[in-house]
Write a protein that binds this ligand. Structure first.
Ligand code: ADP
Ligand code: GLC
Length: 490
């Protein structure tokens, strides 16, 4: 049995080079954790034109690489840099597909119409890359629909190739709400035989479904929390794929995401104005005053601040929060610090609140990693009223920053937050079950009243949450065990 595995991660984003959400944080940090366990991990993502090659010392590695798609051969090149000590990241450069300012859509949020081709190409190019750099993988690890087709290429195209004869396929679903469904007219480009276009594999009501095909072919499939693994086996959460996940039996399971405490730790975080830890929280109060000033909120450490850092997508439940936020600020002595972007209606609505509730609602509409850290540090509470949440990283960051999460009890939010007990003071946050305006209003009210009326509980909770440890160590071991479960059986 081979102890040290060669693992290739294929993904559409990786922090800090290209990021829209938590997927990129995981692609950035899990390989490092696997490497610390002794495995040899490489990452491949597209070389989008906005990636700062100078800053990240990205150099050309392969001047020319041929990738066969359907009946055509595409010619690309490959760049690379050291991601972390022994982990190299590769960037596939193909101007026609990746010379764009966005990852998946233009600035008006219109999806690029050639997305199926772009990401099928990435999924296939990864195999040629392995050969050209002479990296024989034991595991090809795909993430979400964007690289799901690599599971099919592995078995259908490279199944008889001696280079990949011992390679297994692992697929992680970070979000089943995005499956990569595209019109049949793209099928020829993928290069698969007609037999695969059937209801059990790639066909979905006449369209191609990338994630569905990947699930079928992957040796193991997991999602990013145990609770979401269970939820996605039901019709309510699976967006149509529950029966296919149930069919995987013990080859489908949940592994909770870890986080990178080198990036997200108030004691060493360089993006926040004052560092602090559980034994010395003075820095946190200063961070709060800094945040209030920065977002034009009334500077007062005795008013609780609720933070939001989020993609504005229907998944996040912010439309429901929006329907009640004005009542909250009118009825309660509380402030909001909001950072996010996405849905244009929500952007406009939130933007209209700042002047209306001057000093009570502050925000930045856009993407700003520094401000994300400053909100985690400066807020007292952090709200995530998600419709569903595969794992959620922000609430885990919040714990480390002593910023108490207010969350809907779904997916990873439920797995990572313990309900506050008003009698004993136990718990790490405030949870509600039903995504209704009333439940949000009540739970915010509960958190705010704890801030004003049960200060001792609050202080203890803050310290308790900061001691929580969601580093990758345990979860990375679970990934290795699951790879080995399949490797041993083969
Ligand atoms: P999701 O991946 O569904 O968006 P997660 O909670 O897993 O949710 O991860 C979100 C990540 O994206 C976090 O690292 C968060 O800080 C970051 N993020 C989201 N929106 C913004 C934004 N507008 N500016 C900066 N960072 C953001
Ligand atoms: C997805 C999910 C989020 C999860 C992240 C990383 O974007 O929406 O819940 O934390 O992936 O796995």
């Amino acid at each position: 049995m081979k102890e040290k595995l060669n693992i290739l991660f294929i993904a559409s984003e990786c922090a800090p080079y290209a990021k829209t959400g938590g997927l990129s944080d995981v692609i950035s940090s899990l390989p490092i954790a696997l490497n610390k366990l002794g495995h040899n991990v490489k990452i491949v993502i597209p070389k989008y034109s906005f990636i700062d090659t100078k800053k990240f010392k990205i150099k050309k590695t392969l001047s020319i690489m041929g990738v066969k798609m359907g009946n055509v051969e595409e010619w690309c090149s490959v760049y690379s840099t050291v991601h972390h000590k022994n982990v190299t990241i590769y960037f596939v450069e193909y101007e026609n597909y990746f010379n764009r300012e966005g990852l998946y859509h233009d600035s008006e949020m219109n999806d690029y119409s050639d997305n199926p081709k772009r990401f099928a190409f990435l999924s296939n190019a990864a195999f040629q890359l392995c050969k050209d750099i002479d990296f024989q993988p034991d595991v090809i690890h795909a993430h979400d629909w964007q690289s799901a087709l690599s599971m099919i290429y592995l078995k259908e195209w490279y199944g008889n190739d001696p280079f990949f004869k011992n390679t297994i396929g692992a697929l992680t679903i970070h979000n089943i709400g995005y499956q990569g469904k595209y019109p049949y007219e793209n099928y020829k480009y993928l290069g698969f035989s007609d037999q695969l276009f059937n209801h059990n594999i790639l066909e979905d009501y006449g369209d191609i479904n990338f994630l569905k095909g990947g699930i079928y072919y992957a040796d193991i499939v997991n999602t990013v929390s145990p609770k979401y693994a269970e939820e996605t086996k039901t019709e309510d959460f699976s967006y149509g794929l529950h029966t296919f996940l149930i069919d995987k039996k013990d080859r489908y399971f949940g592994i909770l995401n870890g986080v990178d405490y080198e990036q997200w730790n108030p004691n060493i975080d360089k993006l926040i104005p004052y560092n602090y830890n559980e034994n010395d929280l003075i820095g946190k109060s200063k961070c709060k005053l800094f945040l209030q000033k920065k977002l034009y909120l009334e500077k007062d450490k005795d008013i609780p601040v609720i933070g939001i850092v989020s993609r504005f997508a229907s998944q996040k439940g912010l439309n429901v929060l929006a329907s009640v936020i004005e009542h909250v600020v009118l009825d309660m002595k509380v402030q909001f610090a909001i950072l996010g972007s996405g849905d244009k209606n929500l952007e406009n609505y939130f933007r209209s609140l700042s002047p209306k509730y001057n000093g009570k609602i502050g925000m930045y509409i856009g993407y700003d990693n520094k401000l994300a850290h400053q909100i985690e540090a400066g807020a007292d509470f952090f709200i995530m009223p998600s419709l569903y949440e595969p794992c959620g990283l922000n609430q885990i960051y919040s714990l480390k920053y002593g910023t108490l999460p207010i969350v809907r009890a779904t997916g990873g939010l439920d797995d990572t937050i313990d309900q506050y007990d008003e009698k004993t003071g136990d718990g790490t946050g405030f949870k509600f079950n039903y995504l209704t305006p009333q439940a949000i209003y009540d739970t915010i009210g509960w958190a705010v009243s704890t801030f004003y009326d049960r200060k001792k509980h609050l202080q203890k909770m803050v310290k308790r949450t900061m001691r929580k440890n969601y580093s990758w160590n345990k979860s990375a071991k679970e990934y290795v065990d699951s790879y080995k479960m399949v490797i041993n059986k083969n």
